[in-house]
Write a protein that binds this ligand. Structure first.
Ligand code: PEP
Ligand code: MN
Length: 442
């Protein structure tokens, strides 16, 4: 870019989806405190992820990105994290088996705390308060005190991200080791009923162990890596976590390996695009059905001017009903202009519906249909369908309807634990991965 970038150059642009902090002094003290904290991820790891994503862009590998819609301070326990890491590992194994290609794994975790909201305020019984914007900003309880933006929450989010990353590093190693022991019977015992998914998992485990993929220590390292990512909404936090790498002369956001720009903050003239264009991390860009080809090319020019493979992942979230009409033209535009990108499918955000009780859900069939159409469109356009971006958990929640175990609309309130949007449960996540793996194999 011809014009100057600095970690705070976003401040001169319009910044959407950001809270107003009443106590500027407290905000500045927090930012100052974060600037002297250790990085949450190393620059070497971040670069390694970028080179692995370059292999996805080249059509030699797949991406699996998944985790909570929003992490929370109160709903954070080791068992939950263990189940999510194990599920990501199982999904990745299923995809490897179908595609016979490596799978790059990225969690929506260790920093996924800030949420863009469609309304700035929320009204209940005639009382209007600021919207909940994620635990890094305010509290979900409906009171003025809870909804005031509190800068010290950024320090709490930093601390929780550090301990989450620490546990993920350890869990991902043992999840892979456990995989050899986990046959159909273990899977079924854990779930309490027989499931065709279990048989498929045994087959996968047997294949991986026969191929030496689990036993080889060198390969095990690469196979078990789970990188971190989040929506870079709260720029005060991201700026304060930005570090200079003297070796390359580049800046990196040390709050996560990968950052993405949400659908509501991707205006090319505004603050979020300005901040992310200047850091060396791999970045993602959400693409809805409303995004046109010219706007997309403009964003690619700003975010990846050197056309570096692995730098930019386009995360398509158009909805099962719109993807076949909208996606082909975008893929054609990007291809004909010779832009190296990873194409990924977020089949969650375009398929949200509201139940009569007011709860948000997503039907598994619509989620699967969008993912499946994504693969078909990319193949028919001669491009590589790079992978999946999911809101999911390893736990047996009932937030999304459908799937083999048939979560009905009436069951949705039973185990609805998400801090924001509805997630696929462990079984639905695996079912999706296996369905996609079968599609790739066919
Ligand atoms: C999200 O990924 O949680 C999100 C808010 O997505 P989008 O910006 O695509 O709506
Ligand atoms: Mn979401």
């Amino acid at each position: 870019m011809a014009y100057h970038w600095s970690p705070d150059s976003w401040r001169s642009k319009r910044a959407r989806q950001m809270p107003t902090y009443a106590d500027r002094g407290a905000l500045e003290r927090t930012e100052h405190g974060l600037k002297s904290r250790l990085p949450l991820v190393s620059i070497a790891e971040t670069r390694r992820l970028k080179s692995q994503l370059a292999r996805v862009a080249a059509g030699e590998a797949y991406l699996l990105q998944g985790g909570d819609c929003a992490e929370s301070f109160s709903e954070c326990d080791a068992e939950c994290l263990r189940a999510t890491v194990a599920t990501l590992m199982q999904m990745s194994a299923a995809l490897t088996l179908g595609a016979l290609a490596p799978v790059v794994k990225i969690g929506r975790l260790a920093g996924q705390f800030a949420k863009p909201r469609s309304e700035a305020t929320e009204v209940r019984d005639g009382v209007e308060l600021p919207s909940y914007r994620g635990d890094i900003v305010n509290d979900a309880a409906f009171s003025q005190d809870a909804r005031d933006a509190d800068p010290s929450r950024m320090l709490a989010a930093y601390a929780q991200s550090a301990s989450t990353m620490n546990l993920v590093r350890s869990l991902s190693q043992s999840a892979l080791a456990d995989f050899t022991r986990m046959g159909a019977s273990a899977w079924d015992a854990g779930r309490g009923d027989p499931d065709p998914v279990g048989a498929r998992l045994s087959e996968t485990a047997a294949f991986m162990s026969a191929a030496g993929l689990i036993a080889g220590p060198g390969l095990q390292m690469g196979m078990s890596d789970i990188y971190s990512s989040h929506d870079a909404v709260l720029l005060n936090y991201e700026e304060a976590m930005t570090r200079f790498d003297a070796e390359s002369g580049d800046w990196y956001d040390a709050s996560a390996h990968m950052l993405w720009i949400g659908e509501r903050t991707r205006d090319p003239a505004e603050a979020h695009v300005e901040y992310l264009r200047g850091v060396g991390n791999p970045i993602g860009l959400k693409c809805s059905a409303a995004l046109g080809g010219d706007e997309l090319l403009k964003l690619i020019d700003i975010l990846n001017p050197a056309n570096e493979p692995g730098r930019l992942t386009l995360i398509v979230r158009m909805g099962a009903g719109a993807i076949e009409a909208r996606l082909p033209a975008l893929v054609r535009t990007v291809r004909s202009e010779g832009r190296a990108v990873v194409w990924a499918s977020d089949p969650m955000h375009g398929n949200t519906i509201k139940l009569s009780n007011g709860m948000k859900t997503r039907p598994f069939d619509a989620v699967f249909a969008e993912a499946s159409r994504f693969f078909e469109v990319l193949w028919s356009e001669g491009a590589h369908p790079g992978g999946l971006h999911l809101e999911m958990t390893g736990k047996d929640v009932t937030e999304c309807t459908g799937g083999r175990r048939g979560v009905t609309e009436a069951m949705v309130p039973e185990r609805y634990h998400t801090a924001c949007d509805p997630r696929l449960n462990g079984s639905q996540s695996l079912e999706l991965a296996i369905g996609v793996a079968d599609q790739i194999k066919a």
